[in-house]
Every structure is written in structure tokens, then in C-alpha cells.
Ligand binder design. Structure first.
Ligand SMILES: Cc1cc2nc3c(=O)[nH]c(=O)nc-3n(C[C@H](O)[C@H](O)[C@H](O)COP(=O)(O)OP(=O)(O)OC[C@H]3O[C@@H](n4cnc5c(N)ncnc54)[C@H](O)[C@@H]3O)c2cc1C
Length: 598
């Protein structure tokens, strides 16, 4: 049986003591999410996740989605429709959305915490409303007033879904190769023709309508990425009074059979002269789509954390029960035939690695998410600017590092279970299969690293990175100032220096040979992730120490936090050194073999 308990104590530690949300009550939406309300919302989301979504995770994986070629329809697994009804009726789809369109206007950082629980208990399910929210954001930011009025209230309510249509058979990473055509019509609409593949939730039976956001090329548009525009293509056209009209010419042509996330429909979508409406300006589609993609990238990073958390909880339960061998320091279960495997240091190593990732990643996700809120909601221009800078800098880092580690965590937890982890009697093999896609979709992780090094780093003369290094330096100083945490502060300073040196190395070498930037980028992204994790772990250490000094309740929680912090600084952060060396190794060795010599 799969277990999951919502990490509510960790959420309140982070919101109350580390991010101190209550001090932000002057920021719009934050007063409505103050202490008790926040706690109640998270508790309810925990109940929905544990009670409604978790029971459908394994059955959804076994059953998968079904396609009917006659009607081009897709049936989601048993129970999904009812769960989706409960999800939308509970208002979860509009938690952080604009109240002008029926949303609750709560901070997006709160929605991230809710989403962690929803994804942990049912990744496949979570993708349906997750992509709808991405479509909501793209239309909200770039759509006309009429488009917003037509589509947003239904997306916010979850009555209609949203999808993201970029990929075509010949184009994945390189969207300049898109062939889907858009022909202008006299009434201002466009006729969209082409085939999209691997479209998540492209067809399903959960919502009355689907709003497809589609990248296409207007006839006569410039070649490559500069000729791409973004269109709204509803499954059912919408009448002037908001009711559903004629069926549009977009049909699901089949489902992909795949390694994991079986309960999420991955669809071929055929656009057969479908009516589409341009969002924003012609040929500026990538700008608008990036709103959706950036949100989705943070959401995918979150998936890595979420799967790691549920894998951890199940591995811990197993390690407490499974009796094998004796503790190296003498029996701990004297009456029994053997000790539980949790007594063995090597099993501890695995569990502590995953635990330290989960707690650090949760803090980093919420810290980043808070900057995202401040970017849009703060009344202070400098804070808004910093919020935008941090979101831009950290989104590719979280997407790639969290999904790499999420998959690694699932595999590590599988290892804790030994052979049982490989069988279907336990849920971890599903977690391993589900986790793998996070590293691939929404831009493969290597592409995130290129985005960081090639675009984000240099933006505004490196302003985001310099601010980030300064913030990390301040946290390191605060740790050094306390003798008991001096070693942690020194380690963070050292890691920060690695990142500084790697940045200098890039500045000196990448222009002369761009392959150096490409060769360095992955390790550079890891170095950034380590500094960011060091920064948030430093803040957690100081907050937990303060809570203990004040004699706050839940002493065991704060003490455990300090133990996990110790693991992070002693055994996780030193790995940054390897990346520091590799980030400066250059491209010559990588590029030396001719392609035919491989
Ligand atoms: C289950 C699933 C769901 C999906 N959902 C959606 C969806 O809802 N909407 C949608 O539009 N798409 C979706 N996708 C597509 C997904 O986003 C792409 O698979 C992904 O972006 C990678 O593209 P690709 O598979 O064509 O790989 P390719 O672009 O062929 O890349 C293959 C490898 O080469 C590397 N590579 C490629 N170009 C470069 C370069 N210039 N420099 C360095 N390395 C490079 C990549 O990092 C990757 O490792 C989904 C895919 C799957 C499998």
C-alpha cells in the first residue's frame, strides 16, 4: 500500500519562520493568506491529496487512458472524472488566479505548496489542471480583453482545460522548424492546419471544452523562430453569449504508449483547418508561449520534488519494517531475528540524501515562488525587478536540478527496498517510471542549462547573478558569525566562490569558442543549484536555531531540521567541487572525436 502524509509541519516552518509570509501582509493577496487561513488551506489540500488523489495513483497507472478512433475521444482512468469534479468544486484550480476572472487571488507561493501535495499523490492527474493554469497565464498576460473575458473564467473554474501545443514530429527543442500553418481569414481569425505530437491532456473526458494554445506559422512569415505565432484553438467554438458552439476542426489522432504517467493522455493532435485566434502580435508567439513554458518549467521542477517526497516516505516505512542483518554497533531489535535495515549507515546515507534534497528543494521552490509573487504584486519597483530577475535565473535551475534529483531520489528509494522496489507489490517502480519524464519535457534538462548560461546569465549585465551571489554571501556570513555553524558558512562561501570562478571562466572563454559555454553549462547549472540550496539551508538553520532558542513548541521538528542541515552541509554540498572542476574543463576534450569515431 502506498503511504503519503502531507508535509504540513514543513510548510508552516517555511512559511511562518523562514519566508515569514505574515510580514508581507501589505502585499496584495497575502493578508488573505495569513497564518490560520494558510494552515487551513494546506490542511484541506493535504486531505484531498491523501484521500482522493492517492487512491487513484496506482489504479490510474495500471489502467491508463483509452482512445476511441471512431469518435477521436479519450477516456481517463476510473475515478479521475469524479476526482476532477471534487478538485474544481473545491476551488483548487483558481487558488492563485485573478479575482476579476473568478480566482481567489491568493499568493502563487501557496499554490506551489498545494501543488506539491497534488503532484506527489497523483502526478498524472495533476498535469490536467496544471497545463490549464499555464494556458490561463498566457492568455491573462498576452490575450486581448475579449479573449480574457471569453476564456479565463472557464479556465479558472476548471470547466474548460488548457493545453500547450509546440511539438511536431520534426521539431522538439528546435521550434524554428515548426510547420503548422495559419492562414488569415476575412473575419480576423486563422485556419490552422498541421500535426502536433505528445500533447499532454490534448483530449480527455474531464472538461466540457479544451482551449489549445498552438504555435503555428502565418503564411508568408519569416523562416525560423522569428516567424512563429501563438493561437487559441478551442475544441468547441464559443458563441457570443459564452455558450459552446460548433465543433472545431481539431481532433485527437491517437495516444502515445509510454514509460510512465500512464493516466495522463499524451496525444497526437491533428489540426484540420481549425479556427484559431491570434494571441498578441503576429510572429511574436514565442514571447507569449514563454509565459506558459516558464510557469510549466517551475511546475515540472516541482514534480521532481513531489515524487522524491512520496518515494522517501514509502522508503522510510519499508526501512523501519524490513528486518535484515544486525547493526554494526550491536543488536537494536534484540527480541527479533534481525534489526530493521534503518539501523545500517548505508541505508541512512540513502534516506538522508533524499530527505536533505526534499527539505532543501521545498525551501528553494517556495523561496523562488515568493520572488515570483513579488515580481507581480510588490508596490516597490526594485523588489519587482529583483523578483523578475530571480524567477528568470532560477527557473531553469529548478527545472533541471529538481527533476534530475527527483528521478535519482526515486531510484535511491527503490534501492532502499532492494528487490521489493523492483516489483509491482510496492509503488516505487511506478515513481521511477513517472519521474523520468520530468528530465525530458518542457525543454530537456540540457536545454535548461543552455538557457541559464546562454540567456539568463548575461541579461541586464548579469544583474540577477550578482544579486544572488550577494544574497548567498550574506547568509554565509550569518552562519560564520555563529561558532556552531561556522563550518556551514565556510562551505557556502567556498561554493559561492566556485560559482563566481566558473562565471569568470565563462566570460573569458565562451565568446572565443561558444562550445566552451555548451560544455560548461550543465555543471554551471549544478553549481548554481548548490549555491541556491546552500542559501536556503542556511536560512533554515538560522530559523530552526532561533525557534529552539525561543523555546518554541515542536522541539523535535527543529532539532531534526538541524540534523538534516548537517547532512546537507557535510555530505551533499561538497559535491559542488566536482562541478567546479568540470565547469572549467572546456569543450576541447568533448569535441575531439569525429562523429564517425563514436
Ligand atoms: C510524455 C510527454 C509529454 C509531453 N507533453 C508535451 C506537451 O504537452 N506539449 C508539447 O508541445 N510538447 C510536449 N512534449 C514534448 C517535449 O516537450 C519534448 O519531447 C522535449 O522538448 C524534447 O524534444 P524532443 O523530444 O524532440 O528531443 P530533441 O529536440 O530531439 O532532443 C534530443 C536530445 O538532444 C538534445 N539537444 C537538442 N538540441 C540541442 C541543442 N541545440 N544543444 C544541446 N542539446 C540539444 C536535447 O537536450 C535532448 O537530450 C511531451 C513529451 C513527452 C514524452
Amino acid at each position: 500500500m502506498t503511504i503519503y502524509k502531507a508535509p504540513l509541519a514543513d510548510f508552516s516552518f517555511l512559511f511562518d519562520r523562514v519566508l515569514r509570509l505574515d510580514a508581507l501582509s501589505n502585499v496584495p493577496g497575502f493578508a488573505e493568506a495569513s497564518g490560520d487561513t494558510r494552515g487551513a488551506i494546506l490542511e484541506e489540500a493535504g486531505k484531498l491529496s491523501e484521500g482522493v488523489l492517492l487512491p487513484l495513483n496506482e489504479s490510474g497507472d495500471r489502467e491508463g487512458c483509452r482512445y476511441d478512433a471512431k469518435t477521436h475521444s479519450v477516456t481517463t482512468p476510473k475515478g479521475f472524472k469524479e476526482a476532477y469534479r471534487q478538485f474544481t468544486e473545491g476551488g483548487w484550480s483558481g487558488l492563485a488566479s485573478d479575482p476579476d476572472y473568478g480566482g481567489q487571488g491568493l499568493p502563487a507561493v501557496l499554490a506551489l505548496a498545494v501543488n506539491e501535495m497534488v503532484v506527489a499523490t497523483n502526478w498524472s492527474f495533476a498535469m490536467y489542471p496544471g497545463l490549464s493554469h499555464g494556458a490561463y497565464s498566457a492568455i491573462h498576460t498576452h490575450g486581448s480583453e475579449e479573449q480574457k473575458a471569453t476564456y479565463l473564467p472557464k479556465l479558472v473554474a476548471g470547466e474548460w482545460s488548457g493545453t500547450m501545443n509546440l511539438t511536431e514530429p520534426q521539431c522538439g527543442t528546435d521550434l524554428g522548424l515548426i510547420r503548422t500553418k495559419a492562414e488569415p481569414q476575412k473575419d480576423g481569425s486563422y485556419r490552422i492546419t498541421g500535426t502536433k505530437i505528445w500533447i499532454s491532456g490534448g483530449e480527455q473526458d474531464l472538461t466540457a471544452n479544451a482551449i489549445h494554445l498552438v504555435l503555428a506559422r502565418i503564411s508568408g512569415a519569416p523562416e525560423g523562430i522569428k516567424g512563429i505565432s501563438l493561437f487559441i484553438v478551442p475544441k468547441f467554438l464559443v458563441n457570443a453569449d459564452g455558450t459552446l458552439g460548433a465543433r472545431n476542426g481539431v481532433f485527437c489522432g491517437g495516444l502515445e504508449e509510454k514509460m510512465g504517467i500512464h493516466a495522463n493522455a499524451t496525444c497526437v493532435m491533428n489540426y484540420e483547418g481549425a479556427t484559431g485566434y491570434l494571441i498578441g502580435e503576429p510572429h511574436k508567439g514565442m514571447r507569449a508561449m514563454f509565459t506558459m513554458m516558464n510557469e510549466a518549467r517551475l511546475g515540472v521542477g516541482l514534480q521532481g520534488l513531489a515524487i522524491s517526497e512520496i518515494a522517501y516516505q514509502n522508503a522510510v516505512a519499508f526501512a523501519r519494517e524490513r528486518l535484515q542483518g544486525r547493526s554494526l554497533t550491536g543488536p537494536k531489535n534484540e527480541g527479533g531475528p534481525a534489526d530493521p535495515i534503518i539501523v545500517h549507515p548505508d541505508v541512512r546515507r540513502m534516506l538522508m540524501d533524499v530527505r536533505a534534497f526534499n527539505e532543501g528543494a521545498r525551501a528553494l521552490l517556495l523561496w523562488t515562488g515568493l520572488w515570483g509573487d513579488l515580481e507581480y504584486r510588490s508596490s516597490d519597483a526594485k523588489t519587482r525587478e529583483k523578483g523578475g530577475d530571480y524567477m528568470a535565473l532560477l527557473t531553469p535551475v529548478l527545472k533541471a536540478y529538481f527533476t534530475d534529483q527527483g528521478f535519482q531520489s526515486a531510484v535511491t528509494c527503490q534501492q532502499v527496498l532492494g528487490g521489493s522496489g523492483f516489483t509491482k507489490h510496492f509503488p516505487i517502480e511506478q515513481f521511477v517510471r513517472d519521474a523520468r519524464i520530468g528530465m525530458i519535457y518542457e525543454g530537456a534538462n540540457g536545454i535548461q542549462a543552455l538557457d541559464l548560461v546562454g540567456r539568463k546569465l548575461a541579461q541586464n549585465g548579469g544583474r540577477a547573478l550578482f544579486a544572488f551571489l550577494a544574497d548567498a554571501g550574506e547568509v554565509a556570513d550569518a552562519l560564520v558569525a555563529r561558532p556552531e555553524f561556522k563550518a556551514y558558512g565556510d562551505r557556502l562561501h567556498e561554493t559561492r566562490k566556485f560559482l563566481e570562478d566558473a562565471t569568470k571562466w565563462l566570460m573569458e572563454n565562451a565568446l572565443a569558442n561558444p562550445d566552451h559555454a555548451g560544455a560548461s553549462s550543465y555543471d554551471y547549472l549544478y553549481l548554481t543549484a548548490y549555491v541556491a540550496l546552500g542559501l536556503v539551508w542556511g536560512r533554515m538553520v538560522l530559523a530552526a536555531r532561533k525557534a529552539l532558542d525561543e523555546g518554541a513548541g515542536e522541539k523535535a521538528f527543529f532539532e531534526a531540521k538541524l540534523v538534516t542541515a548537517r547532512h546537507f552541509f557535510e555530505r551533499v554540498l561538497p559535491a559542488a567541487q566536482v562541478h567546479a572542476v568540470r565547469a572549467k574543463a572546456g569543450a576541447d576534450g568533448l569535441m575531439a572525436l569525429a562523429a564517425e569515431a563514436f
